[in-house]
Design a protein around this ligand. Structure first.
Ligand code: SF4
Length: 185
């Protein structure tokens, strides 16, 4: 019997309608090109894609602002992430219990996301009411990528560790396209 390969992916890899509205067209076009390349390659390789829930959409809907990971790094958001991950973790358990039929290849997130970053997330001192501020330009610019996971994937990592599961994971990042493609092999 042929082993089926399974990959868990961030929600917006299959549904970009869940994403924060972005205004940097060039950046978005590069990410979209890689997303399409990756999804097409996964389908061609017969890899089954399982969609994780979107932790931000399920709290704030479609009109949310962009955030930094500092804003989500609190027990309430972490608890929300843990609850969302309960079902996917049970799915993983079931597939991993039958290695003769299934191989779980790992996880793909979205690098730079405050939630779904895997190798990189964004940090910055954002927060507070926007009205009356005169430093909005510098505040918006005061955000940078750092080499660590976003809050959702950080919680995922902890939950996997608690279960003794070791699985590959990486993030979709237009400037490093090959790392996500490697997961399909
Ligand atoms: S929170 Fe994750 S799944 Fe949701 S839009 Fe952002 S990167 Fe995509």
């Amino acid at each position: 019997m042929k082993i089926q390969k399974i990959l868990f992916v961030s929600h917006c890899i299959l549904n970009t309608a869940s994403k924060v509205v972005m205004y940097n067209d060039e950046e978005m076009a590069q990410e979209e090109a890689l997303r399409r390349r990756f999804v097409h390659a996964a389908l061609d390789a017969g890899v089954q894609l399982i969609q994780l829930p979107c932790p931000e959409f399920t709290l704030y809907g479609t009109k949310r602002w962009g955030h930094t990971s500092n804003q989500f790094d609190n027990p309430f958001f972490r608890s929300h992430c843990r609850k969302l991950l309960e079902y996917p973790l049970m799915e993983i358990e079931v597939y991993m219990a039958d290695p003769a039929r299934f191989k779980v290849l790992g996880f793909v997130g979205i690098d730079g996301s405050p939630s779904c970053g895997v190798d990189y997330t964004c940090v910055g001192p954002w927060g507070g009411n926007l009205g009356g501020r005169e430093d909005l330009g510098s505040l918006a610019a005061d955000v940078r990528l750092v080499k660590k996971a976003g809050v959702f994937f950080d919680e995922l990592e902890k939950l996997l560790k608690e279960r003794g599961a070791v699985l590959n994971r990486t993030g979709l990042l237009a400037s490093e396209p090959e790392k996500v493609m490697k997961l399909l092999v």
